[in-house]
Design a protein around this ligand. Sequence first.
Ligand code: ASP
Length: 437
Amino acid sequence: MLKTVKFGGSSVAGADQFRKVKAIVESDASRRVVVVSAAGKRSSDDHKLTDLLYLCHAHLQYGVSCDEIFDSIRDRLISIRDELGLSCPLEEKLQALRARLNRDFSVDELVSRGEYFTSMLMAEYLGYAFVDAADCVFFNFEGQLDMDKTGSAIKTALETYDRIVIPGFYGSLPSGRIKVMSRGGSDISGALAAAATDSDIYENWTDVSGILMADPKIVEKPRSISKITYGELRELAFMGASVLHEESILPVREKGIPLNIRNTNRPEDPGTMIVGNVEEEEEDERFLTGIAGRRGFNVLTLHRHDMNLSHTLSRALAVFDRYHVNVEHITLGLDSFALVASAASLGDNLYEIISDMKKECHAEDIEVQDNIALVAAVGRKMSSRLGTSGEIFNALGSNGVNIRTIAQGADELSIIIGVDNRNFETAIRVLYDGFAG
Ligand code: ASP
């Protein structure tokens, strides 16, 4: 058994968090590949190392001294080292870094130092080998991850050292220069490491006990999801649930490696298991897996009698494409169809789009509904269960929520309901209380 374990910023924010990580790693000898983020916030008014490093860079760019910020980064790292009785020569290393900052130093290299130093401390604390991500995570000339080269380098590192700590969030370009991923990218590094080492599981340790069934800002104390498929997770993430870095799913999904989201502060909680599919006998009776949603959409409904649907629809889509507006949902009728797009992406082009559609699609009429929120009820079991949509619509209707549009995902993983923006939170609560609580 082999486990890749990734610890997010809040899990390594200070010495106490380091102690929890060590207890977790030591409680299971198969946790041999450890991926670490940069130290995050210790409290809500604290700063993440990565943010401080970006701030340092901004100061340097405008010729303003970054000494104060740099000192706070140094103090933070040194306090972790000293509290844990480690010996990493941070002063020397940080001094060398500071000396180089005024010369040719890329923003990517600078901000990657959060992960670099936090991982170095973690490696010493765990007694694991530190493997620099610059030596095992590779990008190609186009800046895309080079999966093959990365895979074999991480595999070799594990074979060589047996127990390794790799910093998340960055890697190197063919020129040797450091490149960082997008924010939250350590999730991707963890997934790459799990895939490269053919781990049995990828554990992503954070500060919540898994993915919640609904937004806790809307629903009081929502339950966490015990099992979810990769497909369902994508639907929830697409509809606004913020969980993992989206690109982190692919490497593990391809290899069929389950991903377990766990809470460093409550290691006894089982968290959420994300898997390819769930066996029928493991299912519970709840048919909704989660609920998510977003506000701020417009629905454009085109009416035309006796139209050739595919022809007219493709012309309408071409208009959206011309204005670089993404169509998020389509519902079809016999003499009409409705296209849903976010109001932000339609922006000032809304009236041009309507006028072009009228002309190019020979539309009799185009109706626009604005201030629409989309709410997605996501669940793998909905497709095989009779009457699901009826129950959902009934519950919303009897709670005074007027449904403006309905769309069902083609793979029947979700039912998407458009409601007025002002009914958004009520709709989520009704669905949660009725079908998920
Ligand atoms: N430290 C980086 C960030 O704050 C990457 C990560 O935490 O995954 O975005």
